[in-house]
Design a protein around this ligand. Structure first.
Ligand code: UGA
Length: 433
């Protein structure tokens, strides 16, 4: 099939490349010509393990094209995916759809034949209806919702082996075409699920808010564990082994972040408000996640005995999760400015390099290697669970200095933390020394 992806951000680029990899011909369109030029020299503008190679292979095989020429891409394609950004409006919970609606107007202007228009961006319930209005209910276009469930850092695997593929349309004749599109994945066992268009739009929000709820719940249980000498990982395992609960997304941590959970929980509350439905659980989740950030900052202060001024603090990993360079809503964006404000001297290391977010902070320095970053630290904060931090030898890293380590991801095995001068703190585990 011939496909057009509008927007070469995370969703458009990963999905487009993976669609090409399962045999379709894909035209990825972006208004940003510099980006298109970069892609045409087979360089990915985003950090995603495996994506560079996949772009190169499919580009070479003439299945993947990058262009700024919307008209050409639209008219060569049967299905057009809208993959543009849907940020929250400033100072409001609601979602800004200007990029989606602009893309629809642009398609309408250039499109000649019959087209299926699919929203892949996360859009509020009823957006498909609005798109139909913009298209003046023309019979030329069928509007479909096909939310994506890709996780950053694992997106290629998530695309190729999805738990389910959700298609929402008000015209059931379209389901056969969409099933054909995904047949290489369905043949390998992925579940294909159809519903009406509003149903698919809601599924995306409900899924992300549910996952955020799971994380927030275990984070609160971790707070309790710290008071009563219980290991939260035992609780995660103990409850997660019940198939009705499920073991995934029960890792306690510093608070959920990234470009999706914070935005989509708020987006769902806003949808509820519009419909006059009180989504009180989701509201509590958002509030609890915000409170957690303060709680973690207080704990850091407590570890430093409330004397932060001139303390040397080293942060390992600053992105919101591993295998990505994404800083959006990362807890490090709270921790580092807080420490600097209180007079600490901060050093940080991240496998994806220096971050512009900290460039203008005085007393905050990036180091290219872990050794240099933690040298002389009074406190090391293990912020992101990169694999390379799992086997660190803290004995040789800290030498004989007395140092504290705050492991925000429970990455280290308490048995392995044998360094004599190291005081170890973690999330929801009994204290070991
Ligand atoms: C999330 C969803 O998992 C994807 O299914 C969805 O497609 C995507 O949002 C989206 O809407 O585009 P993502 O934000 O990339 O994916 O990352 P996650 O792996 O879900 O992690 C989100 C946050 O939750 C991170 O801050 C992570 O550290 C935290 N988390 C995750 C935990 O604290 N504990 C866990 O057990 C899992």
């Amino acid at each position: 099939m011939k496909l057009c992806m509008i927007g070469t951000g995370y969703v458009g680029l990963v999905s487009g490349t993976c669609f090409a990899d399962i045999g379709h011909t894909v035209y990825c369109v972006d208004k940003d010509e510099a980006k298109i030029e970069k892609l045409n020299s087979s360089q990915s503008p985003i950090y995603e393990p495996g994506l560079d190679e996949l772009i190169k292979e499919n580009y070479k095989a003439n299945r993947l094209f990058f262009t700024s020429n919307l008209s050409e891409a639209v008219n060569k394609s049967d299905i057009i995916f809208i993959c543009v950004g849907t940020p929250n409006k400033r100072k409001s919970l609601s979602v800004d759809l200007k990029f989606v609606y602009q893309a629809v107007k642009d398609i309408k202007k250039v499109s000649k034949g019959k087209k299926i228009i699919v929203t892949k961006s996360t859009v509020p319930v009823g957006t498909g209806d609005q798109i139909e209005k913009i298209l003046k209910n023309s019979k030329k276009f069928t509007v479909v919702s096909n939310p994506e469930f890709l996780r950053e850092g694992e997106a290629i695997r998530d695309f190729k082996y999805p738990d389910r593929i959700v298609i929402g349309s008000n015209s059931s004749s379209i389901f056969k075409t969409m099933k054909n599109l995904y047949s290489p994945l369905i043949n390998k066992g992925s579940k294909f699920f159809t519903t009406n268009r509003r149903g698919a739009e809601l599924i995306k929000y409900a899924a992300n808010a549910f996952l955020a709820t799971k994380i927030t719940y275990i984070n609160e249980i971790a707070n309790l564990c710290e008071k009563i000498n219980v290991n939260v990982e035992d609780v995660s395992l103990g409850i997660g082994s019940d198939l009705r609960i499920g073991s995934r997304f029960l890792r306690a941590g510093p608070s959920y972040g990234g470009s999706c959970f914070p935005k989509d929980t708020k987006g769902l509350i806003s949808i509820g408000e519009k419909e006059k439905v009180d989504l009180s659980i989701v509201k509590s989740v958002v509030k609890s996640n915000e409170n957690r950030k303060k709680l973690i900052l207080n704990k850091i202060s407590k570890i430093l005995k409330n004397k932060i001024k001139n303390k040397k603090v080293s942060i390992l990993g600053v992105t919101f999760k591993p295998n990505t360079d994404d800083m959006r809503d990362s807890m490090s964006l709270k921790i580092i400015p807080y420490l600097i404000k209180k007079g600490a001297i901060v050093s940080y290391y991240d496998p994806t390099g220096e971050k512009k977010e900290f460039e203008n902070l005085s007393n905050c320095n990036f180091y290219m290697n872990i050794n240099d970053a933690v040298k002389k630290a009074d406190l090391i904060i293990l912020h992101t669970e990169w694999d390379e931090f799992k086997s660190l030898n803290f004995n040789s890293l800290i030498k004989k200095r007395k140092t504290s380590l705050y492991d925000l991801r429970n990455l280290l095995n308490t048995e392995d933390i044998k360094a004599k001068n190291l005081e170890y703190f973690s999330i929801g585990r009994p204290k070991i020394n």
